[in-house]
Design a protein around this ligand. Structure first.
Ligand code: MGD
Ligand code: MGD
Ligand code: SF4
Ligand code: MO
Length: 712
């Protein structure tokens, strides 16, 4: 028997599991690790069944190439790599380095992301590459960077247990981050829990106070809170004076946001705002936790910063149980934020600064000329270039945008305009994979090694438990093979395996806020039960839980945190008599992951979640519309219509409906608006109408929602 410990590759909690293998290497059991500081023996059903998803019949086991008749044919790796390199080189020579792009992920080990980012940008000479983390964490990353001088979520999970007042804004942690919620339940201080969410989610129902604000009322609400805190003098003056800048300007700005003045915008009684301000003032340790209800907004960055401001002016940062804390989404979104070479150069350096390019070139032992001198276009701009015809080749790795992208109808058209679309995935059946010209079969997290970084900045080990099926290869091996074929293999001569790359990334991190030079290899990460960054050379801390900013020093040039604000604006898509309802979207169940490519293969999980796409409608709206629970309903937006199951529920208020993102219908309706600073899609607001479904779907009528194509 042999036990291998690995990190779950679904959500960013970063639970660890012990896989027990028999002497033939067959998996005997897969259980949450009892002594891992993150999950302490707990897990959710997704993690428990992680390995089953890799057994699916539709695993991609051979490269597939579209032939002249349009059908996908198995080809050898040799042929696949030849075609890959020929086509991308041809595109590069005709349209220049900006003619090709990649879209990657927060779901691969850091070492693989780093190799991809270096290969594409330094080896193949490309410029544009972004990730699905743009759909998710870009807002938090930009908010922190502007306020703290670095993308640095300050907390440790212990803070869930040490807080007296926890405020969850746009976070449905009971289903999205269940094992974090477990840490909240371990809090012995009798904390008060507040949830700010338009819906009465499971998390809101479990809280003491639910502020069921109007969609996108957050910024006005947070400024109203700030207004009361400042007016009452409930401010930590010493902290403000010594560690922040911009307080007087902030105080002036929130002058007009009295709770009464914004009650129409927020839908929240002024007294409830005053009560929360008082609680913030009276609690010893206040923590704010935010997720997609904040990030996925046209004004997400400023909303996140309004949360950061409240923590700063009340001194709720750097102490146990405090912090403006963004909970991240995917298992390795945090690795992507630091080391994928997409939105920044390795370790948070800046592509646009010559000095930064020199530093990284020096640490990698390459010529600075190889590093592009500008940032990649963000995801939606890459797609605009595809629409214009100036990006002709796209490589999509470990993400399924043909399901998950906002207003995906336009995405379908755009993908169709490409000369060459390569998809690298575990399955050949994803909505994106079926549109590929070339499919590269990849290994999943249980079939390879590397590291992930979880929400609390903890590096955890991913370890190989089984071999990938057929000819599928690890993403690492695929990138290495592409490098060889492209003719830039010598650049990566020392990038021999994931651990060698880890050492290279450690060098890049030296002297940065995310310095990890003190970690002595994977073995130390295993032995310590994960290690949070920073961990610079010479660190002696064995403390398994560390937070940032205990000394009140931030990463800005002045060492002070910046208080940043801006007036709130209405959501971009207006409601109208034709489209009178707000569509909210998000996670619908604990057991399904995103586009269901993995969890939708596991019978035990499917039994626990609805098979059909559904729309939640309030009892009052349902009555007015004339639909009952279980009826089929047509949901339309200015982008199109779908037919789904109606679920009548008082989780949503009149005037608002909710659809889960796990079904492909949802993003046929979403409205493509983006945050001004982070370019994150505003998935959580669109104008729609709901009607009883027409008896039989007429030809050319609405798309009728039915089975998820992957789901059996
Ligand atoms: N089971 C499961 N867990 C997951 C995932 C999964 O697919 N399935 N995905 C993971 C990933 S990548 C992510 S990013 C996280 C996301 O985790 P969460 O952010 O918790 O999930 P969401 O359901 O997208 O959005 C959270 C809430 O935002 C609310 N909301 C909508 N509009 C507004 C608004 O204007 N203001 C406020 N305050 N709230 C609003 C929604 O009603 C919703 O309840 O979950 C991770 N965990
Ligand atoms: N309407 C609406 N849309 C949303 C959201 C929302 O709240 N509302 N949320 C957004 C958010 S926060 C996110 S994060 C995105 C997620 O959107 P996606 O990234 O598109 O969703 P996933 O289903 O996680 O897709 C990951 C793909 O990677 C593959 N994969 C898994 N592991 C590996 C690997 O190791 N290697 C390779 N090569 N492939 C692998 C899987 O099979 C799957 O096809 O969706 C966004 N879309
Ligand atoms: S809570 Fe997240 S990390 Fe933990 S088992 Fe569930 S999906 Fe995996
Ligand atoms: Mo996400």
């Amino acid at each position: 028997m042999n036990t291998i410990r690995t990190t779950c590759s679904y959500c960013s909690v970063g639970c660890n599991f012990d896989a027990v293998l028999d002497d033939q290497g067959r998996l005997q059991s897969f259980r949450p690790a009892v002594d891992y500081p993150v999950n302490l023996g707990k897990s959710c059903p997704k993690g428990f069944h992680l390995m089953s998803a890799f057994q699916a019949e539709d695993r991609a086991t051979r490269p597939l190439l579209r032939d002249a008749s349009g059908s996908m044919q198995p080809v050898s790796w040799n042929r696949a790599l030849t075609v890959f390199v020929e086509r991308f080189k041809e595109i590069k020579s005709r349209y220049g380095p900006e003619g090709m792009a990649f879209i990657s992920t927060g779901q691969m080990p850091t070492e693989e992301m780093a190799l991809l980012g270096a290969l594409f940008k330094f080896g193949m000479g490309g410029i544009h590459g972004d990730g699905n983390t743009r759909q998710c964490m870009a807002t938090a990353a930009v908010a922190y960077k502007q306020a703290f001088g670095f993308d640095a979520p300050p907390f440790t999970y212990k803070d869930f247990e040490l807080s007296d007042l926890l405020v969850f804004v746009g976070s449905n942690a009971t289903i999205s981050h269940p094992v974090m919620w477990n840490r909240v339940k371990m809090n012995r201080r009798d904390p008060h829990i507040v949830v700010v969410d338009p819906r009465r989610t499971k998390t809101a129902a479990a809280a003491h106070t639910h502020l069921a604000l109007k969609p996108k009322g957050d910024l006005a609400l947070l400024y109203a809170l700030t207004h009361v805190l400042i007016r009452e003098g409930w401010v930590d003056r010493d902290f403000v004076r010594d560690h922040t800048e911009g307080f007087d300007e902030l105080a002036a700005h929130v002058g007009k946001y009295a709770p009464e003045a914004v009650a129409d915008t927020t839908g929240i009684e002024p007294q409830a705002v005053r009560d929360l301000a008082r609680r913030i003032h009276e609690a010893r340790a206040v923590s704010f936790w935010w997720t997609m209800g904040v990030n996925q907004s046209h004004e997400g960055v400023r909303t996140a910063q309004a949360i950061i401001n409240i923590c700063l002016i009340t001194g709720n940062i750097g102490r146990p149980g405090t912090g403006p804390n963004s909970i991240t989404g995917q298992a390795n979104a945090m690795g992507s934020r630091l080391f994928s070479n997409t939105t920044s150069l390795f370790a948070g350096y800046d592509f646009a600064k010559e000095e930064d390019r020199k530093t990284i070139a020096d640490r990698l032992g390459i010529s600075p000329e190889l590093i592009p001198d500008r940032n990649s276009l963000p995801y939606h701009k890459i797609l605009e270039r595809v629409a214009e015809g100036s990006i002709r080749g796209l490589w999509i790795i470990a993400t399924n945008p043909a399901h998950s992208w906002i207003d995906k109808n336009t995405l379908f058209e755009r993908l169709g305009r490409l000369d060459f679309l390569v998809v690298q995935d575990l399955y050949h059946t994803t909505e994106t994979a079926v549109r590929a010209d070339l499919l590269l079969p990849a290994a999943g997290s249980g079939e390879k090694s590397g590291t992930f970084i979880n929400s609390e900045r903890r590096l955890g080990i991913v370890d190989k438990i089984a071999d990938p099926p057929g000819e599928a290869r690890t993403d690492f091996d695929i990138f290495k093979a592409v490098a060889e074929r492209w003719g830039c293999g010598e650049l990566f001569a020392s990038w021999t395996n994931p651990e060698a790359v880890f050492r290279i990334l450690q060098r890049c991190s030296a002297g940065r806020p995310c310095d990890i030079t003190g970690i002595q290899g994977y073995r130390m990460i295993r032995e310590r039960g994960g290690i949070q960054w920073p961990y610079p050379a010479g660190s002696s801390s064995e403390d398994p839980e560390r937070r940032l900013f205990a000394d009140g020093r931030f990463f800005t040039p002045s060492g002070r945190a910046r208080l940043i604000f801006e007036d709130s604006r209405p959501a971009p898509e207006e409601l109208s008599p034709e489209f009178p309802l707000v569509l909210l979207t998000g996670r619908g169940t604990l057991v399904q992951w995103h586009t269901q490519t993995r969890t939708g293969k596991v019978a035990e999980l499917n039994r626990l979640s609805p098979e059909n796409c559904f729309v939640q409608v309030s009892p009052m709206d349902a009555k007015r519309i004339g639909i009952s629970d279980g009826d089929r309903a047509e949901v339309s937006s200015r982008r199109g219509s779908v037919v789904v199951d109606a679920v009548i529920s008082d989780e949503v208020k009149p005037g608002e409906v909710f659809m889960p993102m796990h079904y492909e219908e949802t993003n046929r309706l979403t409205y493509p608006a983006f945050d001004t600073y982070s370019a994150e899609p505003a998935y959580k607001h669109a104008a729609v109408a709901v009607r009883p479904a027409p008896a039989a779907g007429p030809a050319g009528g609405p798309v009728t929602g039915g089975f998820h194509p992957d789901r059996r």
